[in-house]
Design a protein around this ligand. Structure first.
Ligand code: 5GP
Length: 255
């Protein structure tokens, strides 16, 4: 028996549904099998993806918690909810996507004269305005200030947290032969005004390359397999889960 009851659907995104519960400090996140890319112009159903992303996110949130990075994660959901459900603290999500790049790939190489695969040292940190209607545009310092999305202290804290997430996850993935090329995180503010990592961290939101594979397509173990029609998306996500399971704390179940 669970000590809470699901109430209304708060929000449905492209890859997750967020449900309220009868406890004000508890929100349930349901990871969907829907895959979308290019601002949802490309769509598919990939059986098993929701569960894999939920489990991978849970493991990565456990590792971040152990490293002292605050997140919205409380634990996996107990039965009768299925294995694609996670329990989190409610937050006000800041509509900013924080992207950290350790290796040049994706939009960076389409927008700048930088060869794909170029190592970026120090890592590049970019902020994007999270709004599909505008195509998630790159934010400048001045635009961020104009939109009033966060104050200077929150901005500094956000960047500090994002770089800490990068340091922790780069080391973790490296230990299992994976290169963390880049990733996107979202941050939220809790009821007690704490800035925390929210949303998910999974192969949907990270680029991960198998270090042992030289071929530039075969090494991809993330959503680029879907974006580029390479096939084997769920298998690649399964491989990521299999590798990190051995080096992460067992995900807690929040009761
Ligand atoms: P890029 O800017 O190259 O498209 O993405 C950089 C990194 O951030 C990639 O790992 C990509 O998966 C992630 N990312 C950026 N924007 C989004 C987004 O709107 N949704 C998801 N799922 N990932 C994103």
């Amino acid at each position: 028996m669970t000590a809470y009851r699901l109430t209304e659907l708060l929000y449905e995104g492209k890859a997750k549904r967020v449900h309220a519960t009868d406890q004000v400090d508890l929100v349930a996140v349901e990871y969907k099998d829907d895959a979308t890319a290019f601002n949802a112009l490309k769509k598919a159903q990939l059986a098993g993806k929701g569960e894999l992303n939920c489990r991978i996110s849970a493991l990565l949130f456990e590792v971040l918690a152990a490293a002292g990075v605050p997140t919205h994660y409380l634990g996996l959901a107990p039965e009768p909810l299925a294995a694609n459900w996670m329990l989190v603290r409610p937050v006000r999500v800041i509509p900013v996507e924080v992207v950290i790049r350790n290796v040049a790939a994706g939009s960076l190489c389409r927008q700048m004269p930088i060869e794909p695969g170029t190592p970026l040292e120090p890592p590049l940190l970019d902020l994007y305005y999270k709004d599909d209607a505008f195509g998630d545009p790159l934010l400048t310092e001045a635009r961020l200030e104009r939109l009033g999305l966060m104050n200077a202290d929150q901005r500094r804290e956000l960047e500090r947290l994002a770089l800490q997430v990068n340091a922790v996850l780069t080391g973790l993935f490296q230990s299992v032969g994976l290169r963390l090329v880049d990733f996107k995180i979202e941050l939220g503010i809790t009821a007690d005004q704490q800035l925390v990592v929210a949303d998910e961290i999974s192969p949907d939101t990270c680029r991960l390359w198998d270090e042992a594979v030289a071929d530039s397509n075969d090494r991809i173990l993330d959503k680029d397999r879907f974006r580029q029609d390479l096939g084997g998306v769920v298998e690649a996500y399964g491989e990521v889960l299999k590798r990190i399971q051995g080096v992460c704390p067992q995900p807690r179940v929040h009761r």
